[in-house]
Design a protein. Structure first.
Length: 246
């Protein structure tokens, strides 16, 4: 995914810290720096926890963590447990979410963090988010996001684009939720459920009954399936140079 256009473009900064590769958007440099510092501090907490509990990083099954675990760890574990996957399935969305939360606390009213297609955002004006579906026949789709003063998560998983682990074959599996960790985890679960083009509609069963999910969309080849309440789906030319990647 990428944020292709909007009436309030502001600043857009590419930032990399180890495996975390993000695009940060904000109206001023101060809020950009707040996001960077939050990403650094939350990664440190996560890395320290993994050193003590390395199984957290490698398990592909839901995993219980103690109440004493850092907030980032508990958010990841809780979200992934809700959809039946391992806790690292929500790492990108959780980092993006916590960064935008910090920007909001610093006074931001326009802010986004795109962590490799897992996006947390708030905006005063409409934004258009392009959906990148690799070599799928269906191209140039986007979501038109209306102004929102609460953080919104729009997260995408793919078996054909990017480095994420997927056990399915989706070109794009997208989930929308106010809980950005859950959006990330559910996008992973949704992508895992897409076996072939004939099962695209049925794959949505993986997220239909999960509390907190607003809507979902799947692209596989020449098939498209949509469920729930999504921002309006529109046509928008994909801009490859805006895709967050290493």
């Amino acid at each position: 995914m990428n944020i292709t256009k909007g009436n309030n473009p502001g600043l857009r900064v590419h930032y990399r810290l180890k495996e975390t590769i993000v695009t940060i958007g904000a109206a001023c440099e101060e809020h950009i720096e707040v996001a960077k510092e939050t990403i650094r501090s939350q990664r440190e907490l996560l890395e320290a926890y993994i050193q003590k509990d390395p199984f957290f990083k490698v398990t592909l099954e839901p995993y219980d963590v103690p109440e004493s675990a850092p907030h980032i760890v508990r958010r990841m574990a809780d979200a992934c447990r809700a959809v039946g996957i391992g806790p690292m399935g929500a790492v990108a969305g959780t980092i993006a979410w916590m960064a935008v939360e910090a920007m909001l606390e610093a006074g931001a009213r326009y802010a986004f963090v795109d962590n490799g297609g897992d996006i947390a955002l708030l905006t005063e004006r409409p934004l258009v988010l392009g959906i990148y579906a690799g070599e799928a026949s269906i191209q140039d789709l986007a979501l038109e996001v209306q102004p929102c003063d609460e953080i919104l998560g729009i997260c995408t998983s793919s078996a054909t684009v990017g480095p994420s682990i997927s056990f399915g074959t989706a070109d794009a599996a997208l989930v929308v939720s106010r809980n950005v960790s859950l959006a990330d985890a559910a996008a992973t679960a949704l992508g895992n459920a897409v076996v072939d083009e004939t099962g695209v509609e049925n794959a949505l069963d993986a997220v239909r009954e999960v509390d907190g999910i607003q809507g979902a969309l799947v692209v596989k080849g020449d098939k498209l399936a949509v469920w729930g309440e999504l921002p309006r789906v529109v046509r928008a030319k994909m801009k490859p140079d805006l895709i967050t990647q290493g």
